[in-house]
Design a protein around this ligand. Structure first.
Ligand code: AMP
Ligand code: GLY
Length: 433
């Protein structure tokens, strides 16, 4: 069977890597892939991104299964396009992907179906947004409505910051958000306190299977300081997701979401990623939905997955996920993102990368913003690599091992956090899985 993975980041590299190990898979295509997948004989890279052109190519190549990594192609309707021509693809339709692509849609959905989330209002008018902020006070959270690559959220500690964020998003669009129909819109919501976790499940429209638990670090700097990024590192399992929190998240958030989407006539198929805020009493609330896997959460999660990923996707696209029980490595996994100089605002391209060690059973360097140029590996994007390792049961060991590997990799201006996993290292809870 030939499979296609759409995307070129670390998440897609990890999915392609796991799929290449599946027994029924003969060839893994990645569109567009990265500087590793173009040179590794396990993969073929395809430089097509437009959904209809990709679908035509997939029909010609007789691709048996397609998996979509990033939100962009999902919001552009790639799943609808493939399905309309009878191709098997795992991901949500364009309508279902609104759970991620429109904050206004997902907040209204959660309100309607009584799914726990922060209280909010949506605004297109800047004056009304400013008045709301003055009425509510700080801290308060301002979110752009539309896809923003993790940069469309400002957690404002003062009302002045919140006012500036509104002008940024509604008036100037300085974050370069892709607006939804009706133009610029912001969601302003209540500030929630607690610890975050990435709760990711697979859905076939009806049945749900949870992946191993995980957490990421969204801030650029050690101690979870500095600006928000797409994610600077992740690990699995996440101690904050105890068996009890897991059961609550499934019962109060995930299942009502799947049932709600079914009821609203837009059944959800694909990965559903609920960003949770878990308070001190262990009550989860939904910060956001993503309709795809997390990056970099996928990298540690794929290191721990023991089940045949192709068979899992096959069931997921047949509507028989209830027949699947995912098997996880009992060891812990941790991934450290190495980012380019200037990330997240203006990542520099073209720095030469050296020293990446050969893949080992317990250590894989997944690529993201890399490219081959004149026979050399060069940086080509913000997040460049994700050094991902497995270690026996203790997160501290995984952290040490990941940093040993990262220390061998060189490129000018490389930035990475030195404390990935610190919450898990200091936690006393037992995670669910
Ligand atoms: P989002 O893209 O909506 O997940 O927001 C990005 C990050 O902003 C989250 O991972 C949180 O760290 C933070 N955040 C978002 N919404 C809230 C909220 N209501 N209260 C506190 N922090 C938030
Ligand atoms: N790591 C956060 C995300 O994928 O959205």
């Amino acid at each position: 069977m030939k499979v296609l993975v759409i995307g070129g980041g670390g998440r897609e590299h990890a999915l392609a890597w796991r799929l290449a190990q599946a027994s029924r898979v003969s060839r893994v295509y990645v569109a567009p892939g990265n500087g590793d997948t173009v040179s590794d004989e396990r993969y073929d890279c395809i430089d097509i991104s437009e959904p209809a052109a990709l679908r035509e190519w997939a029909m010609k190549e007789k691709i048996s299964l397609t998996v979509v990594g990033p939100e962009g192609p999902l919001a552009a309707g790639v799943v609808d396009e493939f399905r309309a021509h009878g191709l098997r693809i795992f991901g949500p339709t364009q309508a279902a992907a609104q759970l991620e692509s429109s904050k206004a849609f997902s907040k209204a959905f959660m309100k309607r179906h009584k799914i726990p989330t922060a209280k909010y209002e949506a605004f297109t008018d800047a004056a009304a947004a400013h008045a709301y902020i003055d009425a509510k006070g700080a801290p308060i959270v301002v979110k752009a409505d539309g896809l923003a690559a993790g940069k469309g959220v400002v957690v404002a500690m003062t009302t002045q910051e919140a006012h500036e964020a509104v002008d940024f998003m509604l008036v100037d669009n300085k974050f370069g958000v892709t607006h939804n129909d009706g133009g610029a819109r912001v969601v302003i919501e209540e500030f929630l306190q607690g610890e975050e976790a990435s709760f990711i499940v697979m859905c076939d429209g009806k049945n749900v299977t949870a992946l191993a638990t995980s957490q990421d670090h969204k801030r650029l700097l050690d101690g979870d300081e500095g600006p928000n990024t797409g994610g600077m590192g992740a690990y699995s399992p996440a101690p904050v997701v105890t068996a009890e929190v897991h059961a609550r998240a499934m019962r109060e958030i995930i299942l009502p979401t799947i049932r709600g989407m079914e009821k609203d006539g837009i059944p959800f198929t694909g990965f559903l990623y609920a960003g949770l805020m878990i308070d001190a009493a262990g009550h989860p609330k939904t910060l956001e939905f993503n309709c795809r896997m997390g990056d970099p959460e996928t990298q540690p999660i794929m290191m721990r997955l023991k089940s045949d990923l192709f068979e899992v996707f096959w069931h997921a696209t047949d509507g028989t996920l209830d027949q699947v029980e995912l098997q996880w490595d009992r060891r812990v996994a941790l991934g450290v993102v190495m980012a380019a100089h200037g990330y997240p605002l203006s990542p520099r391209k073209g720095d030469r990368i050296t020293g990446i060690p050969a893949e080992a059973p317990d250590a894989v360097v997944f690529h993201a913003g890399t490219t081959q140029q004149d026979g050399e590996l060069k940086t080509s994007g913000g997040r460049v690599l994700c050094v991902t390792v497995l270690a026996d049961s203790v997160m501290k060991q995984a952290q040490q091992r990941a940093y040993e590997v990262a220390a061998r990799v060189n490129f000018d201006g490389a930035q990475y956090r030195k404390d990935i996993g610190f919450r898990a290292i200091h936690a006393r809870n037992t995670p669910h899985a």
